[in-house]
Design a protein around this ligand. Structure first.
Ligand code: CU
Length: 166
C-alpha cells in the first residue's frame, strides 16, 4: 500500500502530539501532584449552613493533624465566606470548600491553588503557603451576572505577626 509523503508526516505529527500530551498529563499527575477532586465527600447543598464544618466557615488552627490550618469556605452567588483569609507564611493549609447554589470556582491567582466547587460536593486541597503577600481569590467558573464581582483575599503574613499562635 502506498502512503503519500504528506500523509505520513501527518500520521507522525498526530501520533507525536498524542504522546506529548500523555507525557504532560503523566508528569503533572505523578510528579506535580495535580489531581481532580475525588468527589467522595458529598452533602446536601441546600443544608450547607447546618452541615459541619460549613456551619462555621473561616480559618481554624488545628493540632495533631498533618496540616496546621483548616480553611472552611462557602461559596454562593456572588460571594465567598469568609471574605478574607489570613495565614502565616510556611503553614500547611487544608482548604475545604463547597457551594450553596451553582458551580463556582476557587482560584488563588498567582498560585497553583485551584478548585471547582460543585453543588453537593466538597472540594479539598492541601498546600503549603510559602510566599508572603496578598492573593486574590477569584471565581473562575461563570456563575451569573455577579460573577466578575465575586472574590475573596488570601493574606499570607510573616509568621511573627501571629506570635499568639504557637
Ligand atoms: Cu463565578
Amino acid at each position: 500500500m502506498h502512503i503519500h509523503k504528506y500523509e505520513k508526516w501527518w500520521l507522525v505529527f498526530g501520533t507525536g502530539t498524542l504522546i506529548a500530551f500523555l507525557i504532560i498529563i503523566g508528569v503533572s499527575a505523578f510528579h506535580s501532584g495535580t489531581h481532580p477532586n475525588n468527589s467522595k465527600w458529598t452533602l446536601d447543598y441546600e443544608k450547607v449552613d447546618e452541615t459541619a464544618p460549613f456551619d462555621n466557615p473561616g480559618v481554624h488552627k488545628v493540632e495533631g493533624k498533618d496540616w496546621d490550618y483548616e480553611v472552611v469556605l462557602v461559596a454562593s452567588a456572588f460571594s465567598y465566606n469568609p471574605t478574607e483569609i489570613e495565614i502565616p507564611v510556611g503553614s500547611k493549609v487544608r482548604f475545604i470548600a463547597t457551594t450553596k447554589d451553582v458551580i463556582h470556582g476557587f482560584e488563588v491567582a498567582g498560585t497553583n491553588i485551584n478548585m471547582m466547587l460543585e453543588p453537593g460536593y466538597v472540594s479539598e486541597q492541601i498546600t503549603t503557603v510559602d510566599q508572603v503577600g496578598e492573593f486574590t481569590i477569584v471565581c473562575n467558573e461563570y456563575c451569573g451576572v455577579g460573577h466578575a464581582m465575586m472574590y475573596s483575599t488570601l493574606k499570607v503574613v510573616e509568621a511573627d505577626d501571629n506570635s499568639s499562635h504557637k
